[in-house]
Design a protein around this ligand. Sequence first.
Ligand SMILES: Cc1ncc(C[n+]2csc(CCOP(=O)(O)OP(=O)(O)O)c2C)c(N)n1
Length: 368
Amino acid sequence: MAKESKKAVDFDKIKANLGKEFKPVQILDNDANVVNEDLMASFSDDQLVDFMKKLVWERALHEQTMNFSRQGRLGFYAPTAGEEASEMGTVSAFKENDFLFPAYRDVPQLIQHGATVTEGYLWSRGHVKGNKFKARALMPQIIIGAQMVEMAGAALGLKKNGEDAVAFAYTGDGGTSQGDTYEGMNFAGAFQAPAVFIIQNNGFAISVPRRKQTAATTLAQKAVAAGIPSVQVDGMDILACYQVAKEAREFAAAGNGPVMIETLTYRFGAHSSAGDDPSRYRTKEEEQPWFDNDPLIRMRKYLTNKKLWSQDQEDAYIEECKNSFKDAIKEADGVEPEKVSDMLKNTFEVPTPDIKAQIAEFEAKESK
Ligand SMILES: Cc1ncc(C[n+]2csc(CCOP(=O)(O)OP(=O)(O)O)c2C)c(N)n1
């Protein structure tokens, strides 16, 4: 009879201890109560109003862009409503010479970092001029997770050049299920590169809920294996998102290696303007608490109570923003349509013989 075997390892216990929850960082809670007085005191009134304006700007950009999209005036657009605190809070913490690697839902951050709204619209149309902005950034990445590898390499470059700058990249919860994100984290960790990984956990990768994508308790903990410190932050609190990103930037810029931030946020609408129907994969009961948690509501409430903001001010600012977006799309409409030869010329810095032949072929057709 076989002896009952003793065990060297208690996997049940190890598994139970894997999922240590982080306490997400918060400054202003869902009801606009200040939960961290010290940090709140570090913001000036002007700064607080500026954050509110950024939230309103991004919501207005979203609404106007959806209208243009419905009018058939744009190509791909990834709706951003609900993610304004996560996007505006984090991007505001970075400096002009920091290198941004956005994904397709991060065009508003790209604009805040120095691209124009017109360039954003040209990018949506697939126009090559939409990729030629002066911002220190790569164009928004469509391949899920790929920007994390590029960002890690760029961060190492910044370090080797002795620049006082960091690289920062965005992806979604789905992006953390992709191999590239692990590779990027591993590389940045191994080389202690000044990289800030920002995971915007909006609950879904198109229709796949976060809980079906991974057995990890948090996405933040995925950084741990790469030796990267990580944190969860309330992604509906713009002040907390800003503060955490600012501290992450400082940590990375000071030569301490990479950092990862997971923002807990929600996508209010469809995945893309292509028109998926969220009611097919989520319920009203699940959505409502997030709608109540709208990042604009809590800041508006807090600032209105402090007499720093009013509905009239907000309405006037929305009008101003929307007029500027209408001017931007007119400017985009005035740009000469892209030629196939232009697209081919931008494929490689030095075209291959095949591409050279194709350029000649299309230039001959286009000159007729
Ligand atoms: C490598 C790769 N696989 C699949 C896709 C198709 N795809 C486009 S968006 C998306 C979901 C991404 O979800 P997430 O990273 O959570 O970002 P979100 O869209 O929610 O901002 C997928 C799978 C892709 N673009 N690239």
